[in-house]
Design a protein around this ligand. Sequence first.
Ligand code: NAI
Ligand code: MG
Length: 321
Amino acid sequence: MPVVKVAVAEGDGIGHEVVPVARAVLATVRPDIEFFDVEVGYGRWERTGEAITDAEIAALRAADAILFGAITTPPDPNYRSVIVRIRKELDLYANVRPVKSATADMVIVRENTEGLYAGIEEVGPDRATSLRVITRKGTERVARFACGLAKQRRHLTVGHKANVLKADTLFRDVCLQVAAEAGVPCQERFIDALCLDVLRKPRDYDVIVTENMFGDILSDVAAYLAGGLGMLPSANIGDRYALFEPVHGSAPSHAGKGTANPVAAIRSAAMLLAHLGDRTSAARIDAAVERAFAAGVATRDLGGTASTCEMGDAVIAALGV
Ligand code: NAI
Ligand code: MG
């Protein structure tokens, strides 16, 4: 069997705590994986003046999959987001954010390369603009991805603001057309109303597709259904590369204290294995997380007392059951 190479970019803040736990879980279920570290983020910026360079991008490209933590935004007015650059350079166009709990089972698919994060911005002293770019090609490919998921599941919802934004009329129309061609049952919702509705009636939602920023916000809203940001994993998928990261950021208030919940990172590791075709090990990890919770182990954000490492140890112990 060829060696599986996983790049590990812890990033900053709690990335240094939750990613090693997720890596330990991966190494337990798949001792054959070869890990290598890639340093990106605020720490690297402090040391060298650059948060990421072409060398790190090349290193990430050499991996079969990437396990990523989170980046703290450096206090530099010229700074451009590391994760946004990685998503663009590796063309990771679908950001997949499953929200699963006793009350919800949905997957938010967020377009990951354009929208307001296209980086076309002009900053003057009295006026600043950020261009929101929606293209047919960009929308088609993320809509196809979402429809592929919806075919295996139940149905698709398109979240948009086409009542106000002309760009969203294109986004909606392309998504509805792709869904019709794929034979996927599809509904549409205005994004603001959708943010409330996913909380009120989560069962009405299955796969949801949105443009970039709407999906960013909607998934943090939906995190409420799953116990908070410490619980939500994500995948960034392109045609050639894939990166897996918790939805949360570097949470500086938790950093270095051992209080961060590693479950979002552990579940991201499970998504990584599923993407590599090892659904059995992915399911084993998800089941171990559930068993650890059932045994009463939980971090403070969930009302428990376990530290980051204790939570990780409980999951690893539950893998053996
Ligand atoms: P955040 O997601 O880091 O934290 C928001 C709140 O959620 C925190 O106050 C914390 O109480 C809670 N939280 C998040 N993850 C948790 C965990 N694993 N366990 C327990 N509680 C958790 O977002 P925030 O505070 O807005 O941003 C902090 C930094 O992270 C900023 O520099 C921001 O730019 C960056 N960020 C990076 C992201 C990335 O690299 N993909 C994504 C979002 C934010
Ligand atoms: Mg976010």
